[in-house]
Design a protein around this ligand. Structure first.
Ligand code: TXA
Ligand code: MG
Length: 338
């Protein structure tokens, strides 16, 4: 096996549907040695570290430039592993896990003593997810330990849905990227706290409220969970605002305004991103987004990554429709907008 140094990030390709044992073993070995490895999940690429190793977990924070006050998600292979990380496993957690795991849902529960402090940023809770992606699953199983894995991007930048996106932000800062092609879901998992009386959505995802409500009765967010600032660990940091790439602004506009802008002339440096294939008489680039939220979500981050280069000043996005199926997409767009 090639010796991996942290100054050069290795990339290995893998079949996302049927990852071969040898490739997974290469990655698992790096992780067992306290290295950090980016790998595909069904939502976005994660930057994994062995969860029980404070040294490895610290490397994740360093590589991302993420404040120590922002806790990580633990990825597990099965329900037993999840329950061992929790001090208590509420009925709601069990119901949600049975309905949506493996899949793009993360549960926040009270943490057990097994969880190292570095993962939780001083909170008494821990976020846990059982991913569905064959590569993520094979990797957690091979390592034999849960993997702490935030999205594999620099702090405040857009999450990666391909290995190239990962390298753009983290090349030279991590040991290895397992390249399993583009991810399916495209936006981060739905984050649900089951710590309070009723489960609450801390971060919307493509498993939406109406799907969750078929399984549990959802509560609203209490004031203390409502967040604006990431510096306080007790807040749910997932709700804080994200800054978009330096030099590029993202502006969200309603459809009427979008159509008007599409008809404007001479808009060099602008990218128009929307659902309407409106004819344009302008210098702006145009990206037509799909009408269904699932496909829209799958493409969204690729579009944002593609247009954060030098020749773009402003990305103008038509606000997608209201409604629960679009909630996660609208949420991510609002965070990306200035
Ligand atoms: O789909 C996903 O969730 C991806 C893939 C890789 O699994 N991961 C991901 O991780 O999006 P990250 O770290 O980028 O986002 C996790 C969010 C953060 O906003 C973090 O603050 C929040 O979950 N979080 C983690 N632990 C928490 C806790 N105990 N209580 C409240 N929020 C928590
Ligand atoms: Mg993230």
């Amino acid at each position: 096996m090639t010796k991996i140094s942290r100054s050069s990030t290795e990339v290995i390709e893998v079949d996302p549907h049927a990852p071969d044992v040898e490739t997974i073993e290469v990655a698992a070995e790096v992780l067992r040695d306290d290295g950090i490895v980016a790998f595909p999940t069904e939502t976005v690429y994660g930057l994994g570290a062995r969860a029980s190793s404070p040294v490895a977990v610290q490397k994740v924070f360093d590589a991302k430039g993420r404040p120590a006050t922002n806790p990580l998600i633990l990825h597990v292979a099965d329900l037993d592993q999840a329950r061992r990380l929790a001090a208590t496993w509420p009925e709601a957690a069990q119901r949600l896990a049975e309905a949506f795991w493996p899949g793009p849902l993360t549960l926040v529960v009270r943490r057990s003593e097994r969880v190292v402090d570095e993962v939780c940023a001083g909170l008494d809770t821990v976020a846990i997810r059982m991913p569905a992606h064959p590569v993520a699953r094979a990797l957690v199983e091979a390592v034999g330990d849960p993997l702490a894995a935030p999205s594999a991007n620099r702090y405040t930048e857009v999450s990666p849905t391909t290995a190239d996106h990962v390298l753009k932000g983290l090349s030279g800062r991590i040991d290895l990227v397992v390249d399993g092609g583009a991810t399916e879901v495209g936006v981060e998992s739905t984050l649900v706290s089951v710590v309070g009386e009723k489960p609450t959505v801390l971060r919307p995802g493509m498993i939406d409220r109406s799907q969750l409500s078929k399984v549990v009765e959802l509560g609203g967010l209490g004031d203390e969970e409502r967040v604006v600032d990431e510096s306080e660990p007790r807040h749910s940091p997932g709700l804080s605002r994200r800054h978009y790439s330096p030099g590029v602004t993202l502006r969200l506009v309603e459809s009427k305004e979008f159509i008007r802008l599409c008809e404007d002339e001479g808009q060099r440096g602008r990218v128009l991103v929307g659902g309407l294939g409106a004819p344009i008489d302008s210098d702006a680039a145009f990206v037509e987004m799909p009408p269904e939220p699932e496909e829209y979500a799958r493409q969204l981050y690729s579009v944002l990554h593609r247009f954060d280069g030098d020749d773009v000043d402003e990305i103008i996005v038509e606000m997608p429709p209201e409604g629960q199926r679009w909630e996660a997409i609208r949420d991510r767009l609002r965070r990306a907008a200035d």
